[in-house]
Design a protein around this ligand. Structure first.
Ligand code: MTE
Ligand code: MOS
Length: 739
């Protein structure tokens, strides 16, 4: 069962359209439908808000503002710094000011447009540069240093770079949605498409002014989250719950796609300034790095996201001397949030740019520079946050990929192609990934599960994790089935609910199978122990007979399991410790062609070699590796989030925002789960977290494009390509490089 490539437990339901998402649940009689009324300005004082026309509109039952919230007007998950409904000050265009409930979705959305709002517009701060000038941040700047930065001045070679990586819209298939059903004595049942039911529960309870225990949040699955529903599902659920409280009727709030894109946070885009010193062989001696990110109006998860960028600014390389300054810029844009990789991809982006620039300066293949700078033997095995690598498999993995992908021969073939072709140029790149596994906020590294065995031997499985398509449920079910010695079909996967497993962490940081799987195993072990005497007496019994016998002997067939990740520790003040339980590793080779006249690019071939440890389910893991890679390619090549000077988001629909589709997958697409992979930690059957790390394999695509651009000019200057490598940015880089 373990390590079998079983299909996703809902695969057939997905295909048949039978998998139920929140919007598919039968609506209780009397259900009302909600819409949000939002700010027309990115930055403005709200002088007055008149909802009379809204309330008078057809079908409207009620409309509520900040003043109608009985409890706390706050959606800030870590720092209470963002209101659900803005009252006096609007801080981004699209910020909710009120919510309306009506008898149909259409009527609610129409009514929401009718509010009379008087604004006093203020100057918006939209860009990172503007924010750096004002000095406004959502959290104090973090500076981390290691070694002597004087090594930079003394280095025989030096170069400076200014880089940029773009934001990214999650574009989950299922938009933000919640259905709130009021009960007796202040109870509220909320079906929410959230990665973090517990947080929705707590924030909704605080807004309603009731104890956490009165609110239950439940969901069977999300139609994709990608980090976009880690914190930002809460506002929708809270608005639905408040309207349900105000009307005494069930209320459903499902955001229209444009409103969803405008009203929810994206990946943080980053601006980088760096200086790197290196020797004649391309070995890095010192790095001085400034990173600044667009956080939007509030903290949300920006602190943790930017910290993770700092943790990953080394990617896979030993940096003997380093100074990182990380600014968390406050802007009048929607609050940026978690997105697959959680700042890790942004952190790695700069150092990979530096490596490519060093290679160009020295006139050697970037792969040589990458290999020379990989973490290796002591003392070159300690990160800038003081963690000693005990599981670094990259030197071996890179060698394997280089040979599996036929890198050398293709490098030559591409050089020959480029010599012959004037307008089409090809490029090649091999990039590594090292990604730390654990929530960097230490208390979050815990999980719970609840397992019942019924007297027919069927098993009810519940845990704190949420299913968003990543295959968490089937993985945990496989672990439970193996532990209890039953077929996986006997394990019934059930909806995630705060009523069964409380105080959970979000399903995030790729830790789902680790913490929920181990918690479920802990529950199974308790059950097995209770059944052991009966098993000894009746070795021939299957689980059904054992369960029946246990019931008759009055032995409990239900157990809660709990797991916390051992050993990890970290001091944020010193920025030192062992914040990660282990690392996930991988590498990718990308080959691209660009058209130097139009700036178009095409991924021709990708070879991915990824370490998932000893895979729990190779079919699921392969899907995560391929899907993550393609999503990362979208971030780095075609997905472009654009705000205008007034802070209006211009890219809020598929007409203006382009994500990869099936035909963007490369015609030659090799994905290998690394066969020698084995987690040095004894967790989840020595598998490794796989949800996020493969996204960063797509750095290879960006660098292959950059390599192709580089082939057009015989200079030693860095290729000035900004991410995303859209046709415009590719053309710009071609022009700048030639001039
Ligand atoms: N895969 C699918 N199909 N849909 C998703 O929303 N989210 C990703 C990743 N893979 C996601 C996905 C993100 S951001 C994370 S953190 C992990 O899945 C979370 O699940 P896990 O911890 O079970 O890997
Ligand atoms: Mo994933 S960005 O940790 O939800």
């Amino acid at each position: 069962m373990i390590r079998e490539p079983l299909p996703h437990d809902s695969a057939e339901l997905h295909v048949a359209g039978e998998a139920r998402y929140v919007d598919d649940l039968p609506e209780p009689p009397g259900t009302l439908f909600a819409a949000l009324g939002t700010s027309a300005h990115a930055h403005a004082r709200i002088l007055s808000l008149d909802l009379d026309p809204v309330r008078a509109a057809p079908g409207v039952v009620t409309a509520i503002t900040a003043r109608d919230i009985p409890g706390k007007n706050n959606i800030g998950p870590v720092f209470p710094d963002e209101p659900l409904f803005a009252a006096d000050l609007a801080e981004f265009r699209g910020q909710p000011l009120f919510a309306v409930a009506a008898t149909s979705v259409e009527l609610a959305r129409r009514a929401a447009q009718l509010a009379r709002v008087e604004y006093q517009p203020l100057d918006p701060v939209v860009t990172i540069e503007q924010s750096l000038q004002t000095g406004k941040v959502v959290h104090p700047t973090l500076t981390v240093t290691r070694g002597e930065l004087s090594a930079l001045k003394n280095a025989s070679h030096r170069l400076g770079l200014k880089l940029r990586s773009g934001a990214q819209e999650h574009f989950y298939l299922e938009g933000q949605v919640a259905l709130a059903i009021p009960g007796e004595r202040g109870e509220m049942l909320i079906y929410s498409s959230t990665q973090h039911p517990t947080e929705v529960q707590h924030l909704a309870a605080a807004a309603l002014g009731v104890p956490d225990a009165a609110v239950t949040v439940e969901l069977r699955r999300l139609g994709g989250g990608f980090g976009g529903k880690e914190t930002q599902a809460a506002g929708f659920a809270m608005a639905a719950a408040l309207l349900a409280r105000a009307t005494g009727r069930p209320v459903k709030l499902r955001a229209d796609r444009d409103d969803d894109i405008i009203g929810t946070g994206k990946r943080h885009d980053f601006l980088y300034q760096l200086e790197v010193g290196f020797d004649g062989d391309g070995r890095i001696e010192a790095v001085d790095l400034m990173m600044a990110s667009r956080c939007g109006l509030s903290n949300d998860l920006s602190n943790a996201v930017n910290d993770r960028a700092v943790f990953h600014c080394d990617n896979a390389y030993f940096l003997p001397a380093l100074k990182v300054v990380s600014h968390r810029c406050k802007t009048n844009t929607v609050s940026a949030t978690a997105f697959r990789g959680f700042g890790g991809p942004q952190g790695m982006f700069a150092i990979e740019g530096a490596i490519a620039a060093i290679a160009r300066r020295l006139g050697v293949d970037p792969l040589e520079i990458r290999k020379k700078n990989l973490y290796g033997e002591a003392p070159r095995n300690v990160t800038h946050y003081g963690m000693t690598l005990k599981d670094n498999v990259l030197p071996q993995l890179l060698e394997e990929l280089e040979s599996k992908s036929d890198y050398r021969a293709r490098r030559k073939a591409i050089a020959a192609f480029n010599a012959k072709n004037q307008y089409l140029k090809k490029g090649l790149a091999l990039t590594p990934v090292k990604f730390g596994i654990a929530y960097t906020n230490i208390p979050m590294n815990q999980g719970g599960a609840l397992v019942h065995i019924y007297t027919d031997g069927s098993v009810h499985l519940n845990h704190g994790g949420t299913e968003m398509g990543q295959g968490l449920m089937i993985k945990v079910a496989q672990m439970v089935a193996a532990e209890l010695g039953v077929d996986v079909e006997r394990v019934h996967i059930s909806a995630t609910t705060t009523g069964k497993v409380p105080n959970t962490s979000p399903t995030a940081a790729s830790s789902g199978a680790d913490i929920n799987g181990e918690a479920a195993l802990a529950a199974c072990r308790v059950l097995k122990e209770r059944l052991a005497p009966l098993r000894a007496k009746h070795p021939e019994h299957g689980l059904a007979q054992l369960a029946r016998a246990a019931y008759n002997a009055r032995i409990s067939l239900s157990a809660a399991g709990y797991f916390r990740t051992p050993e990890i520790q970290f001091s944020r003040e010193k920025f030192l410790g062992e914040p990660f339980y282990y690392f996930a590793y991988g590498a990718a080779v990308a080959e691209v062609a660009i058209d130097t006249l139009t700036g178009e690019s095409r991924l021709l071939r990708a070879d991915l070699l990824h370490d998932v440890g000893r895979s729990l389910n190779p079919a699921i893991d392969r899907g995560q590796v391929e899907g993550g890679f393609i999503q990362g390619m979208g971030w780095l090549t075609m997905e472009e989030v654009v705000w205008d000077a007034k802070g209006a988001l211009l890219t809020h629909a598929p007409s203006t925002y382009k994500i990869p589709v099936a035909s963007d997958a490369p015609p030659v697409f090799n994905t290998w789960l690394w066969e020698s992979g084995e987690n040095v930690r004894d967790i989840a059957h020595r598998s490794k977290a796989v949800g996020e790390p493969p996204l960063m394999l797509a750095l290879s695509v960006f660098h292959a494009i950059s390599d192709a651009i580089g082939a057009t000019a015989d200079t030693r200057d860095p290729v000035p390509l900004e991410a995303p490598a859209t046709p415009e940015n590719i053309l710009k880089a071609l022009c700048v490089l030639k001039s």
